[in-house]
Ligand binder design. Structure first.
Ligand code: ADP
Ligand code: MG
Length: 236
């Protein structure tokens, strides 16, 4: 990949231009970070796990009528995607209260949120990803009212599909974060869907099988990620 031009190096992935101007090459690196980059490590094989899980879910969502940027895998940790003009929003759906929402509001950790709660954060590390309401999204010109509705409805559909999928694996799909981007006048799901961007709890034991294992040093994060991948492989 050394001949390709680096477009963007993020906290966990590197994005390269490809020979086709409409397509990008995304490398899922082994870097793991938490707390706005305050905690950093390299975990061999993490990139491949996240790429495998992301590619599986992108295909799964496409089969269920959700438009995504996914084209194909080029290698274990390398994905070819459609180039999108990313919308700087982190769209978060929560089925249970955990993490920041428990710190900010009087929820009990693990409390069921039904209907699921959707929160939109501004993707801006400098300002620590502040939460936006619809009026601020409109005022910033990030989305139109119609697009806000589309993004939220699509997020709820994705949430339902993934919730049911993980439920069958004996896992609670606590919450997740996704990013969307524009392709012409369409909005597609971009970025990733992996254990770095979701919370998953073992239904029986309540154990975390996601990046919280790393954030809060709850054990070996690579074993946790491996358990999710194994459960998924066993199901397929
Ligand atoms: N299809 C796409 N087209 C253009 N940019 C994308 C696409 N999918 C993801 N991205 C962007 O590529 C970057 C991926 O790297 P990542 O390490 O996740 O970065 P970050 O530190 O910003 O979260 C993100 O900024 C994401 O918005
Ligand atoms: Mg990211």
């Amino acid at each position: 990949m050394s001949q390709l031009e680096l477009l963007y190096k993020g906290k966990a992935k590197s994005v390269y231009l490809s020979e086709n101007p409409d397509e990008l090459v995304v490398i899922f690196r082994d870097d793991i970070t938490a707390f706005d980059g305050g905690k950093k490590d390299v975990l061999s094989g993490k990139g491949s796990y996240n790429a495998a899980v992301s590619s599986f879910f992108f295909s799964y969502l496409e089969k269920n009528g959700i438009k995504t940027h996914f084209i194909k895998m080029i290698d274990e940790n390398i994905m070819l995607v459609r180039r999108l003009e990313m919308i700087p929003l982190e769209v978060i759906a929560r089925n249970r209260a955990a993490g920041s929402i428990v710190k900010k509001f009087p929820f009990e950790e693990g409390q069921i949120l039904d209907p699921p709660v959707i929160v939109t954060d501004y993707k801006d590390d400098e300002h620590h990803d502040p939460s936006l309401n619809d009026d601020i999204i409109l005022a910033l010109g990030l989305l139109t009212q119609e697009e806000i509705t589309y993004v939220k409805e699509t997020t709820l559909k994705i949430n339902r599909l993934l919730y049911d999928y993980f439920d069958e694996l004996g896992l609670v799909f606590v919450d997740f974060k996704i990013e969307f981007g524009r392709l012409g006048d369409e909005i597609l799901l971009g970025d990733e869907i992996s254990m770095d961007s979701m919370r998953l709890w073992d239904k029986e034991t309540g154990e975390s099988l996601d990046k919280d294992v790393y954030r809060f040093e709850k054990g070996d994060v690579m074993s946790a990620y491996a358990r999710v991948v194994e459960k998924m492989m066993f199901k397929k």
